[in-house]
Ligand binder design. Sequence first.
Ligand SMILES: Cc1cc2nc3c(=O)[nH]c(=O)nc-3n(C[C@H](O)[C@H](O)[C@H](O)COP(=O)(O)OP(=O)(O)OC[C@H]3O[C@@H](n4cnc5c(N)ncnc54)[C@H](O)[C@@H]3O)c2cc1C
Ligand code: FES
Ligand code: FES
Length: 507
Amino acid sequence: MLEDSPRPIRFVFRGQTVEVPAAEPTRSVLQWLREDARACGSKEGCAEGDCGACTVIVAELADAVQGDSRAVVRDGVALRPVNACIRFLPTLDGKALLTVEDLAGSGPDATLHPAQQALLDTHGSQCGFCTPGFAVSMAISHERHRCSGRRPGRAELADDLAGNLCRCTGYRPILDAAERMGEQPQHGLALEGLADALRALQTAPALDWPGRYHAPRRLDDLAALRVRLPEARLVAGATDVGLWVTKQLRSLGDILWLGDVAELRQMRVADGGLSIGAAVPLEDAWHALARRWPALTEMGRRFAGPPVRHAGTLVGNLANGSPIGDSAPALIALGARLRLRRGARRRELPLQDFYLDYMKNALEAGEFVEAVWIPADAAASAEGWTLRAWKISKRFDCDISAVSAGLAIRLQGDAVVEARLAFGGMAGIVKRAAAAEAAMQGQPWDEATLARAMTALDTDFSPLSDLRASAGYRRLAARGLLQRLWLETRTTNPLPADALRAFAGTH
Ligand SMILES: Cc1cc2nc3c(=O)[nH]c(=O)nc-3n(C[C@H](O)[C@H](O)[C@H](O)COP(=O)(O)OP(=O)(O)OC[C@H]3O[C@@H](n4cnc5c(N)ncnc54)[C@H](O)[C@@H]3O)c2cc1C
Ligand code: FES
Ligand code: FES
């Protein structure tokens, strides 16, 4: 190796440390597996994180994740399912990669993993294309429930597998298999020696390929790099930007990878609120939010599938500025603020002021989002507040919203003291419905006020028609969500939160 040539990527694969020379940083883990390592068990169905045929497991030292993380932690390592098709290979540096080929041999007598055996027994595989992805997702699910000592119900197993599609089986035999594998809780993934192998990798310096890829480990280093390279593309989970590469064939230029910055992986209670760092996976972040605000639970289940939620971040979802992103409406309703950093300077901005125009945000050159902060006394945990978050899409699981809403209302007696009504899918940015809020403020929370607020939504929004929904449908849906808020929060005879879900037949 030349003296100043960039160091290779190093990760653990099939029990060995492999070295991959510095190359195109957006080469995907799936490309490396199938084309270089000739490990063709993981399949490519969609190349956009949707079908799950490429699902693999990324393992890292358990010290790197927080105690309340949703990674499966066992034998000193933390495991997460991710989509290999949109995962950039250099992001594996210092970690381990497990694929469907690593499952067999971990059962009794070096036979099939319980997930594989159960798929076989229940005819959970027909053409077989989706099977490797299902087997990996099932193995992670098996590991999670095995460690918790609890047998999950069928609905929970369906949630675990919501990131995997099958076009043949109709899912019933796959869910049968998921239930059946739970009958063998004693057998898990073989992880012996993995923690030691991972520890040995941690002594290497941070990966830094000038002009191509930088993976700082300290926040100050990231801040300095960002000022020096304001044009570099920040990448957190790559569940958005990965598709720019696989679908739009775009070059991302120089990349600043946030995933290894220890401080950004922190979630903590701070300044009377919850601070969620920019590299905290969506899965962990949403779980923490839903624990505090249970109204967010269903949105979390419907937010992509587990492999996307384990790779993608909450801050990435906020920062991408998509008008149909699911987290922004709920977090705006909660009064969230972004903590921004440029060099040594920090500033704070209410989330609602971050979005300036379609895909245009308030970040200055050299600046990045360090964390999102949600006040602990935000809507729904303080006296009189109620929060609701709803997503309207064609499919229950893993679909893009036509309309999403975060609605918070504070009542005193039967009067509306304050309302924060934030909608996605209704304009070029996620924004609050100022006219509808004004129509409610200080008014009795009755049908007449509701009718005025519903009409005012037409002043607030002129939605577009697109593939997902027509403008008229979006208008009606937004009105319907406001009406649902009223039905669930009116002072006389409010409907229980689940009543309308059952009526709509969503699950
Ligand atoms: C199959 C699939 C399903 C999905 N389903 C949903 C869904 O149901 N709802 C939904 O809302 N989204 C969904 N998404 C979109 C995506 O998963 C989310 O937007 C995700 O949260 C993005 O986070 P990330 O960390 O992967 O961002 P990245 O792809 O890494 O980055 C996204 C953008 O944010 C910028 N960025 C990232 N971090 C920072 C930072 N700290 N400071 C400044 N800029 C930053 C990047 O430069 C980039 O422009 C889905 C995506 C896929 C592939
Ligand atoms: S190939 Fe479909 S999710 Fe990766
Ligand atoms: S068995 Fe054919 S796609 Fe699932």
